[in-house]
Design a protein around this ligand. Sequence first.
Ligand SMILES: [Zn+2]
Ligand SMILES: [Zn+2]
Length: 206
Amino acid sequence: MIVEKLVVGPFASNCYIVGSQSNKGGMIIDPGDEAKQILKRVKDLELDIKFILLTHGHIDHTGALKEVKEATGAEVVIHGDDAKSLKNQLVAVAFGLSYPTPPPPDRLLKDGESLDIGDLHFEVVHTPGHTPGGVCLLGEGVVFSGDTLFNYGIGRTDLPGGSSSQLMNSIQTRLMTLPDNTVVYPGHGAATTIGAERTGNPFLRG
Ligand SMILES: [Zn+2]
Ligand SMILES: [Zn+2]
């Protein structure tokens, strides 16, 4: 499996390009900014992008969506509970940012749904708390955790729709139940593992 991380935009968001080595199918997770850089990397990797997965609707994960969607024609997927925040970018306005209005999603995700790219199999895990419709994508021994779980950190819950009790519940019941060697690719910062977070994440102790 190909996993490429690009750090994009003013919030240093992680955009992941994921692809199958065998059939060159691919997906883009969270095209937050810098569309040209993302598209160049996709071209260099010679991937045929099937999906653009949004872990949630915040602007720092969706800012380049319009340009990336137009260039790839890929299916835009997001959980139904975050679809409306794509149109309603209050947070962007609050931070003085402006991005082109993204296209509406092509499909709304539900918990447990499969997303497959050729021989790669992933499952949507609904993890509300940072936002109501936040999801993680689990498969092939890794989990893309969006802004739910970070390397020794957890997502903030003070933005509209956030809930700290929901976030803790999502992390404890949906992520900490995964095997220790599961690699975690978060929405910001460095990769980690479930085991490292289980023992070292200060927000998950006690
Ligand atoms: Zn966020
Ligand atoms: Zn973020």
